[in-house]
Design a protein around this ligand. Structure first.
Ligand code: ADP
Ligand code: MG
Length: 478
């Protein structure tokens, strides 16, 4: 509710009947959410804000044109109907671009939330033999769907190995760690899936797998304390053959829950059961975690998921596009893989949006549509490189004074680096040639043009020089 009204429009609504409209709007959002489901809602509708009302028309804002088009075509009629049902005076809903665009962090979070798989709680095969569809393991998260590359091949191999032969020597516990969105949860679900789907047996008995996030573990533990059923809780967990706890870092600072987890952990390991844990850091870096637990977590196999490389990102995009049955030009994949470098979830989110857009409007995907459709995501990832930064880096690199970037000296020793800086400014910023010229001591745009072609030419002739320029570019981009 608190973010319901965009401040600029607040006045307008107050004039009408803000509390009433706000309540109605909240109810409509709630209805919509339950109709379309959480994922869909978060994906497309959460960013709607109520802008105002004008006669029988109500205005709803969305931050980008794409979201706006999408919501209008998919939910426009429904919004009309819901509004009219809530408030018969409203006859039309106008969906427009506007409102505060999501802050960078918010965007990343909302993308993360969209892709977050549903929690899986104690998938006890015995209870569910005939109802596999009820298993809450995300069916998309299989080993087959996991794209393997240098950064994750070791973690992948360990996960496969444990799924095939739980509790083998040297692999217990299996500790997977890495940054956000690099595939920890995916691998854990794939393991659970594999263990259950293979219907592997353990002394004639089906293997039971319990998977939950550390957060869920805490809530269940607290609930058990409240309902005085901790014994049951303990027994249930301790009867699992494989216990997986995702995002263990969540337990830092939650001492009682940690203590409980430690006991469960020990009981299971002592009974020869397999433990799989994921976290955002290695055991030794998880400061704040109980030392005994930290030590024991490092006893088995510790495997990290490294940040993605460009090659891996391309492979992932290719695999996902093929899966979606959509033709994405190589140029577009290159572009996305260059721009979205942080995590796979965002990469996926970007591709999903592109695919949805192409399907919705039956348009082929081009670099232009990509830039337009991903506008807000790209903006959030755009680390703006300034001309000053470029000048400073280049000056440092060639050991010249920063002042000579803008001076009129024409000696080769300063003129060449200056040209390199102009070239990089053209490549790495959105500035126009005249603007760049101005920032280099009020030079003419033709001087910048000349610098760009001169540097391009030199790079093609002199490999050492080209390497220098590339190095500078990489340093500036990172
Ligand atoms: P984490 O748990 O490490 O934060 P997830 O496992 O939730 O990350 O992964 C985020 C998203 O990225 C998921 O949709 C997942 O399927 C996808 N993903 C991550 N790594 C890969 C990969 N190597 N191949 C295919 N999809 C991947
Ligand atoms: Mg995860």
């Amino acid at each position: 509710m608190e973010r319901l009204l965009s401040t600029t429009m607040e006045q307008e609504i107050v004039d009408v009947d803000m509390p009433q409209l706000a309540t109605q709007w909240a109810r409509i959002r709630g209805r919509l959410q339950s109709e379309v489901g959480d994922v869909e809602y978060r994906n497309w509708l959460r960013q709607m804000t109520l802008a105002g009302v004008d006669g029988d028309e109500i205005t709803v804002l969305l931050p980008t044109r794409f979201l706006c088009d999408w919501v209008r075509s998919r939910y426009g009629d429904r919004l009309n109907a819901l509004w009219h049902a809530e408030n018969p005076a409203i006859r039309r809903v106008d969906i427009r671009v506007g409102g505060a665009s999501a802050p960078t962090v918010g965007l990343a979070e909302s993308l993360a939330a969209v892709q977050e798989p549903p929690p899986v709680v104690a998938n006890r095969l015995e209870d569910r033999m005939d109802q596999r569809s009820e298993l809450q393991i995300d069916p998309r998260f299989t080993f087959e769907a996991f794209v393997v590359g240098k950064p994750n091949e070791f973690a992948y191999a360990c996960a496969r190995r444990v799924a095939e032969q739980p509790s083998s020597q040297g692999f217990n516990p299996l500790f997977l760690y890495g940054g956000v969105g690099l595939g920890k949860t995916h691998l854990m679900h794939a393991m659970a899936w594999e263990l259950v789907a293979r219907n592997s047996t353990n002394g004639g008995r089906p293997v039971s797998v319990a998977y939950m996030s550390a957060e869920k573990f805490m809530y269940r533990f607290i609930a058990a304390i409240r309902s005085q059923s901790t014994m049951q809780f303990k027994e249930q967990l301790r009867s699992a053959d494989v216990l997986m706890i995702d995002d263990l870092q969540f337990l830092i600072g939650k001492d009682n829950t940690q203590e409980e987890f430690f006991h469960t952990f020990n009981a299971l390991v002592d009974a020869g059961k397999q433990i799989v844990v994921s976290a955002d850091k290695s055991p030794s870096d998880l400061s704040g975690l109980d030392d005994r637990l930290r030590t024991r977590l490092g006893y088995g196999m510790v495997a990290d998921l490294h940040a993605t490389t460009f090659e891996l990102r391309i492979s992932i995009l290719e695999a996902k596009a093929a899966r979606a049955g959509v033709a994405v030009p190589a140029k577009v994949m290159d572009f996305i893989a260059h721009k979205i470098t942080t995590n796979v979830r965002e990469l996926e989110g970007a591709l999903n949006r592109l695919v949805a857009h192409a399907n919705l409007f039956s348009r082929v995907i081009t670099l232009e549509t990509t830039q337009e459709v991903l506008h807000d995501i790209l903006k959030a990832h755009d680390r703006r490189i300034t001309i000053e930064e470029i000048q400073k880096r280049v000056a440092e690199h060639f050991s010249m004074r920063m002042g000579d970037m803008v001076s009129s000296r024409r000696a080769r020793a300063v003129a060449r680096p200056r040209q390199v800086a102009m070239y990089l400014a053209k490549q790495l910023t959105q500035r126009s040639l005249p603007e760049i010229g101005r920032r280099f001591g009020n030079r003419d745009h033709t001087t910048v043009m000349h610098a760009v072609s001169r540097v391009t030419e030199l790079m093609s002739r002199d490999a050492g020089f080209a390497e220098d320029v590339e190095l500078l570019r990489r340093m500036l981009e990172s």
